[in-house]
Write a new protein. Structure first.
Length: 276
């Protein structure tokens, strides 16, 4: 059971992992521009990267950032994902690793959350949406559901066919990396930044508490190498935007108040509870 404290709490939930081409986290690892799809590559050359969601408690708000793999990825992954997604991002998952199971270990049901915040709708972030459909609100950027965006092979609309999304209320913000942000609860504790880099509707999320903040990158960065070396990933919506996003993550990571940068596929961030 989760014991609440006066500090912000982050529970890093590893919902299994995925076998992908080395070009997914770093397109410089392969010469081909489509190498991240895994086409024409031996499966034995793939790497395993974690797939994470994040529960955050701050100032009375309880949020879940992304949903990771569905529980179905532990039992029938190819059927759940469809062949193309399964081929490009093969899940490795044990029964009991899904977000609903891990939330219950904290004595939390989806209806107890303040909101679910989606950084984007790629399969390894949105596959578990049906597990938290009873949450009071499930947020996504309006641009992420644009027809041109979700027709990408990275998406499976079946994952959210029963989900009633709420759109982030983005407003002009001259200090944001792309000039738009959303103060989710109106108290500055959860700031959502529009970052059309990895996808048309990608966002990054900062959680603020007492002068300290944690940054959740979504797939604006895959690991420390991404932002320290401005290493572009394989799947990209806009290269220039991705560089801008990575430079912004790097800048935020070096601020005195930064308590940590949490990327969903970063092996350095271990599962468990963190406070700041």
């Amino acid at each position: 059971m989760l014991v609440m404290s006066d500090m912000a709490i982050i529970d890093v939930m590893k919902t299994g992992s995925t076998l992908v081409s080395p070009a997914v986290p770093d397109r410089g690892a392969r010469k081909s521009s489509i190498a991240y799809t895994g086409l024409f590559q031996r499966r034995s050359k793939r790497i395993e990267v974690p797939v994470k969601a994040f529960f955050v408690a701050v100032a009375g708000h309880r949020i879940l950032i992304d949903t990771g793999w569905s529980s179905e990825c532990a039992t029938r992954p190819r059927e759940h994902l469809g062949f193309s997604l399964w081929f490009a991002s093969e899940p490795v998952m044990a029964v009991g690793e899904s977000v609903d199971h891990q939330l219950r270990q904290l004595d939390i049901e989806p209806k107890d959350l303040s909101a679910v915040l989606m950084t984007h709708l790629d399969c390894d972030h949105a596959s578990g949406l049906h597990l938290v459909k009873d949450a009071p609100a499930i947020y996504v950027a309006r641009e992420e559901l644009d027809d041109k965006n979700i027709k990408s092979v990275r998406y499976n609309e079946d994952f959210w066919k029963d989900i009633d999304f709420t759109f982030y209320n983005m407003e002009q913000d001259n200090n944001a990396p792309f000039w738009k942000s959303c103060d989710l609860f109106g108290d500055g504790t959860v700031m959502v930044y529009f970052t059309p880099s990895h996808s048309a509707g990608s966002v990054a999320i900062e959680v603020n508490d007492g002068g300290r903040f944690a940054l959740f990158t979504g797939d604006n960065a895959y690991n420390r190498h991404s932002w320290e070396d401005i290493a572009l990933p394989g799947p990209i919506y806009n290269k220039d935007n991705m560089r801008t996003a990575l430079e912004w993550v790097q800048k935020e990571s070096r601020k005195e108040g930064c308590a940590g940068v949490y990327a969903a596929h970063d092996p350095e961030i271990k599962p468990g509870l963190y406070e700041f």
